[in-house]
Ligand binder design. Structure first.
Ligand SMILES: [Fe+2]
Length: 268
C-alpha cells in the first residue's frame, strides 16, 4: 500500500499532467487537496530539529531551509522550514497553482488576488499596464482604466506598480486544511511562521522555471499610490475589496535558503 505522500504525488501528477483543460481537472484537483489535508510531518519523516538547525562555522544561519522532494515538468514538491522570525517575502507564482500544507507549527499567510476586469483582462499582469481598457457604460467608448500621467509613470519602468486585491490574512496550523493558490487567486503571497518556527509542504504546478521569462519568481513590495486618481476608479469597481499596488523588487536580503535532505518515502 502506498504511503500518503506517495498518493499525494500520484494525485498531483493525475491533476496536472493532462493540463487544465482535462474535463477531470477539477475532480482530480479536489482529490489532491483532500490528500494534502491529511499530510502531517510524520508522513514525510520530518525532523523537527531542522527548525533549530545550526550551520555553525559561517556563524550565520539561513532563515529558511528547503527540502526538495520531487520535480518533473508538471509539478514540484518541497518542504520549507521557517525559523522563528524568518519570512518568505512577498513573491508570485506566474500562471501556477500551489498548495501549502503546514506540517509543523503555525504559519501566517498574507496574499493577493489578481484584478480581473469584467472584460476578462487581467489588470494585474505586467503586460496589461499598457493595454488594459474598459468600456464607458454611457458612451460605449473604450477608455483606458489608467489615467495618462499614471500610464506614463508605469511605462517609465518595466516593473511599474500593478494593482492587486488584498485577501484577508490567514493563519494555518498542522490541523488546518491546505492553503490554495491559483493563477489569479492568492497568487502573490508572503509566508511567516507564527509563534515559533514552522514548516510546510509545498506543491507548485507547473514548477518555477528560472531559465524562461515566463515562470520566474519575482518579489514584491507594497507601494502607496493613494494620491493616484486611478486608484479611486478601481475602488469603485471593487467596493468590498481592498486594492493594493505592488511593485517588483530585488530578492529581499533577509531571505535566503539552505538545503536539507529528504528522508521520507521515495516518491514515484
Ligand atoms: Fe510561494
Amino acid at each position: 500500500m502506498a504511503a500518503l505522500i506517495q498518493e499525494v504525488s500520484l494525485a498531483a501528477r493525475r491533476t496536472f499532467a493532462n493540463g487544465l483543460k482535462d474535463p477531470a481537472f477539477q475532480e482530480n484537483f479536489n482529490e489532491l487537496v483532500k490528500l494534502m489535508n491529511r499530510v502531517r510531518g510524520r508522513d514525510v519523516n520530518f525532523n523537527p530539529s531542522l527548525t533549530q538547525r545550526n550551520l555553525g562555522q559561517a556563524g550565520e544561519r539561513a532563515p529558511v531551509t528547503y527540502i526538495h522532494l520531487f520535480e518533473d515538468q508538471y509539478y514540484s514538491m518541497g518542504i520549507f522550514v521557517l525559523r522563528e522570525n524568518a519570512r518568505i517575502p512577498l513573491h508570485d507564482h506566474p500562471d501556477m497553482y500551489g498548495l501549502i500544507k503546514v506540517i509543523h507549527g503555525n504559519i501566517s499567510v498574507k496574499s493577493f488576488d489578481h484584478v480581473i476586469h469584467p472584460s476578462g483582462d487581467d489588470l494585474s499582469s505586467s503586460s496589461s499596464m499598457s493595454t488594459a481598457t474598459t468600456k464607458n457604460s454611457t458612451s460605449g467608448k473604450s477608455n483606458s482604466v489608467f489615467d495618462v500621467p499614471f500610464k506614463k509613470f508605469c511605462s517609465d519602468s518595466m516593473k511599474g506598480p500593478r494593482p492587486f486585491l488584498e485577501v484577508p490574512h490567514r493563519e494555518a496550523s498542522v490541523n488546518d486544511d491546505c492553503c490554495i493558490l491559483t493563477p489569479n487567486k492568492g497568487n502573490i503571497h508572503e509566508v511567516r511562521p507564527s509563534g515559533g518556527p514552522a514548516a510546510f509542504l509545498d506543491i507548485l504546478a507547473p514548477p518555477y522555471d528560472m531559465e524562461t521569462a515566463d515562470r520566474r519568481c519575482f518579489y514584491y513590495e507594497k507601494v502607496n499610490l493613494k494620491a493616484c486618481s486611478s486608484t479611486s476608479a478601481f475602488l469603485e469597481k471593487y467596493p468590498n475589496k481592498k486594492l493594493q499596488w505592488l511593485v517588483q523588487v530585488q530578492q529581499p536580503s533577509d531571505f535566503w535558503c539552505d538545503e536539507a535532505k529528504y528522508e521520507g518515502p521515495e516518491l514515484p
